[in-house]
Design a protein around this ligand. Structure first.
Ligand code: PYC
Length: 311
């Protein structure tokens, strides 16, 4: 029987499940290497933690790791219902709230190792967390892809720690349109793959982000983000907001340090800005997370679904 201590939180509605103990040993190499070990040898553990019956399709797992660099507070590997993420903005905010809940960190600056590089995690005295993300950039502007019977769709390809295709929303960004939005963005994603359109490093564009005007005039934009496992991000998506900030900066629509308020499909908000250093764009994304459970997952030997319900 396996017992896994987890702490669940949500960041603007999007869940994060941090694994505190009970995970397989992935060694002590860099997070990118540990991720490959996780994928190759322990993928069923990923499924046990985030898939039903213990999790849900929306759940993002965060395996808390000992960092390689002692100046870092922790390392983390993010995963979801279908695989692994290079980075996860809402997940870093959830990790900050979780480490604060455990009294393992105090307000101030922290550094966190991820498979795509070290990110900053500032815990504010208010409990909010600011993520200083890896350098983000637009790889291609105004790429047109032909999407079956939808016709041509034009958008930008940008990196924010994951690969995104950013385009206009096909309908009002409301939960009542969830089915239409999921169908539309899934088709766009499939068409990008079928047409061989990839990120500049050859990576798959596995997140699709569509935008419209915000509901709240205090905000700058509203989004819907399709995640790799066909779920939508309840939060405004930290890596997606980073990709958006890089595009806005490139277009001269956002100055360095200017605040951009990104609203999600459920009207939660991240505040983002860009810092430029050595010609690279470093997004900062601020949000709040709340702990929702501190529990032990149990996987009994005779449970046919001890490794989750897998497709
Ligand atoms: O916040 O970066 C993010 C994220 C990626 C996938 C789900 N959330």
């Amino acid at each position: 029987m396996r017992r896994i201590h987890v702490i669940d939180s949500h960041t603007g509605g999007e869940p994060t499940r941090v694994i505190i103990s009970g995970a397989p040993d992935l060694g002590d190499s860099a997070m990118a290497t540990r991720l490959e070990c996780f994928r190759a040898h322990h993928d069923r553990f990923r499924s046990a933690v985030v898939n039903e019956p213990r999790g849900s399709n929306a759940m993002v797992g965060a395996l808390l790791c000992k960092p390689v660099d002692p100046t870092c507070t922790a390392g983390v590997i993010f995963f979801n219902n279908v695989g692994y993420l290079g980075m996860c903005g809402h997940g870093i905010i959830g990790l900050g709230a979780t480490l604060a809940y455990l009294n393992r960190i105090v307000p101030g600056q922290h550094r966190i190792e991820t498979p795509v590089g070290v990110v900053g995690m500032e815990l504010h005295s208010t409990g909010e967390v600011t993520v200083s993300n890896v350098p983000s950039y637009r790889a291609s502007k105004a790429v047109t892809v032909h999407v079956g019977n939808l016709g041509p769709v034009t958008g930008d390809v940008a990196w924010g720690g994951n690969w995104f295709f950013l385009t206009d929303a096909p309908c009002e960004l409301e939960l009542k349109n969830l089915e239409e939005l999921t169908d539309y963005t899934s088709r766009v994603r499939r068409a990008l793959t079928e047409n061989g359109i990839k990120g500049s490093d050859g990576g798959e564009i596995d997140h699709i982000e569509v935008f419209s005007t915000p509901k709240d005039p205090a905000n700058d934009s509203r989004n819907f983000v399709l995640c790799p496992g066909k779920e939508y991000d309840r939060s405004p998506c930290g890596t997606g907001t980073s990709a958006k900030l890089a595009c806005l900066f490139d277009d001269g629509k956002l100055a360095e340090g200017e605040v951009w308020r990104q609203e999600s499909i459920i009207s939660t908000v991240f505040e983002g800005s860009i810092r430029v250093q050595d010609g690279k764009l470093y997004p900062r994304v601020k949000g709040s997370a709340f702990v929702s459970a501190d529990s032990v997952l149990v996987c009994q030997e005779n449970d046919p679904f001890r490794w989750g319900i897998r497709g």
